[in-house]
Design a protein. Structure first.
Length: 585
């Protein structure tokens, strides 16, 4: 069994990861204020001492602890360190992503140091954004100076403030992103906040203070390092890293394994190669994914300017599983070129326009390119040449559609999220159902369905609060389950490549099962009265080419065909479909 300590945004995300397994676990929070839906987990409410946590772990056969509590929950963190040292249990710390320290902020070691720094810089009027639990700690300051505290608008918070005799008149309440308006209203000399990470609104608070031209004081997050020898502790900063470590520690917990894209593996190889060029050889490196989360990637081989990563084995039928991806980095012989990408053995070359990559360049997609550029620029500002090679890439490319899109001599280095989710089997269909069940349980009557990250982003742009679930290729299965659960409205985001298959009636759009039917596209074009349809569609290889040759009437006709087939499955409510434009491989 797994025991999670939460109550935070990270705790909620940990629950979402664990629910994918449909297996029992425990979720512990100090209070009952956090609203979180557990279909397979059991909620525990109330604080526990180290002895109580230890006894609970023994009596409930806990084999893994996940610490997703607030970074300033110091007593809890110390208790968990004591427990894992005593019971020799693995612990995963779900940490927050924190911006780097900058000199325009006054960083304070603790609240005593914060008071000293505030006094030293002559702050007379302070807006404290550190939470109600810190009012008592900062009493020596607010007894001498004017100070406002922003707290949650609830009786329990007001009670805490009254216990230390803080005046009600100087309590202000959290109301969405209101830091800027509070600063305008109160005119403080400075704000005091905690290093609470991106999920704690740290950036918003700092930017509001900078815009107002007032000083910023930040209490640094505590550092916990009281581990016994051989303790097994890991740190993650997002759901992907959490799932990957659970998969390693408890291989049977999830029905399917996730994996890393070729882009993430290549980026890890580039980072390790760059570090070796600078004199550091690492057996593993942290790679930042496009969403800001970092994951640890093992390095198989490293030498000066060279590193190899083995594409790990997920349960997705990816032809590159187990392949060796090697990066060579050198200082460029062309000064001023910046970072150049050179074609290595097994990586394809782009021969046609429209893929988001210049013709003649190696087939390394825009997102992986940016990941590699970012990791190099974090280490050096020098001009660098990057060469990516893939073992047996030419042979592997024959099992893909690369030649049809104008990529020759090898595979493409791809990935928009950095993570491979297992898509093509019954377990993934079951996971779609579980996510829909969670959404229905928390009261959603409308749901968004998207094939992946780009579709999700497009749907969120039109409705930011829409809960979006990925269907991969299983449009029919997702719609059927949504209908069974009684959803009243579905918004389906679909890429043009899947749309042309769905429009013909294919509710499973996997390329292994169905491909684009040019004859059907001709029928749709004629139905939409597109002039010279035969000529325009002659020789088309990829669905995305339709965007540049077809009129809007064609896409509306295509959308109507998609709606017709979806309505056969989703019968409980209304459905909208948005066909999403995509310019990458």
């Amino acid at each position: 069994m797994i025991l999670v300590f939460g109550g935070t945004t990270e705790g909620r995300k940990a629950v979402e990861v664990l629910e994918q397994a449909a297996k029992p676990y425990f979720y512990s929070t100090r209070g009952d204020e956090q609203k979180v839906t557990l279909l397979h987990g059991q909620r525990l409410i109330g604080t526990m001492t180290a002895q109580e946590v230890s006894a609970f772990c023994r009596s409930h056969a806990i084999c893994l602890i996940i610490d997703a509590a607030h970074p300033f929950a110091e007593e809890l963190h110390r208790n968990l360190m004591e427990v894992i040292n005593q019971l020799h249990l693995p612990l995963i710390r779900y940490d927050r992503i924190n911006p780097p320290h900058t000199p325009d902020i006054t960083w304070c070691h603790d609240y005593t140091d914060a008071i000293a720094q505030l006094e030293a810089q002559g702050i007379q009027h302070l807006l404290a954004l550190t939470g109600v639990q810190t009012i008592g700690r900062l009493k020596p300051f607010w007894q001498r100076h004017e100070c406002w505290f922003r707290i949650l608008d609830r009786d329990s918070s007001r009670h805490i403030a009254s216990q230390v005799n803080f005046p009600d008149s100087h309590l202000v309440y959290y109301d969405s992103d209101n830091t800027a308006s509070l600063i305008t209203q109160l005119h403080p000399d400075a704000i005091l906040t905690k290093e609470s990470g991106l999920s704690g609104g740290f950036t918003e608070k700092v930017e509001a203070a900078k815009a107002a031209g007032i000083k910023i004081f930040v209490v640094e997050r505590p550092v916990y390092s009281i581990l016994a020898p051989n303790s097994l502790q890991s740190t993650v900063t997002g759901p992907h890293g959490l799932r990957r470590i659970i998969e390693r520690l408890l291989p049977d917990f999830f029905p399917l394994r996730s994996g890393l894209t070729t882009g993430t593996c290549a980026t890890a190889a580039v980072q390790a190669a760059m570090l070796s060029l600078l004199g550091e050889e690492e057996e593993s490196v942290w790679v930042q994914l496009p969403d800001g989360e970092s994951v640890m990637v093992d390095i198989e081989h490293v030498a000066p300017g060279e590193a190899t990563v083995i594409k790990d084995f997920s349960d997705d039928p990816d032809v590159t599983r187990g392949s060796r991806i090697t990066a060579h980095v050198t200082y460029s012989s062309a000064p001023g070129c910046g970072i150049r990408f050179l074609q290595g053995e097994g990586v394809g070359k782009v021969t046609l326009p429209g893929l988001g990559i210049p013709v003649g360049e190696p087939a390394i997609n825009p997102v992986p390119r940016q990941m590699m550029i970012s990791c190099v620029r974090a280490l050096t500002s020098a001009d660098i040449d990057i060469t990516i090679s893939v073992e047996n890439g030419r042979e592997l490319a024959k099992k893909t559609f690369n030649e049809r899109v104008g990529v020759v001599d090898g595979i493409s280095i791809i990935g928009t999220s950095g993570i491979v989710s297992p898509l093509s089997n019954e377990a993934f269909i079951q996971s779609i159902g579980r996510e829909l069940e969670v959404a229905r349980a928390i009261g959603c009557t409308a749901i968004g369905l998207a094939s992946g990250k780009k579709g999700e982003e497009a749907l969120r742009q039109r409705e930011s609060q829409l809960r979006v679930i990925h269907y991969g290729n299983f449009i029919g299965a997702a719609l059927q389950r949504a209908s069974e659960l009684g959803f009243k409205h579905v918004v389906l985001g679909i890429m043009i490549g899947k749309a042309v298959k769905l429009a013909e009636g294919h509710l499973d759009t996997h390329s292994h099962k169905v491909s684009m039917n040019s004859a059907f596209l001709m029928e749709v074009a004629r139905e939409a009265d597109i002039p010279d349809a035969d000529k325009l569609l002659n020789g088309i290889k990829m669905a995305r080419e339709l965007w540049s040759i077809m009129l809007p009437a064609f896409f509306e006709a295509l959308r109507q065909h998609c709606l017709e087939h979806c309505r056969r499955v989703f019968t409980t409510g209304t459905i909208e479909i948005e066909i999403i434009k995509d310019n990458t491989i």
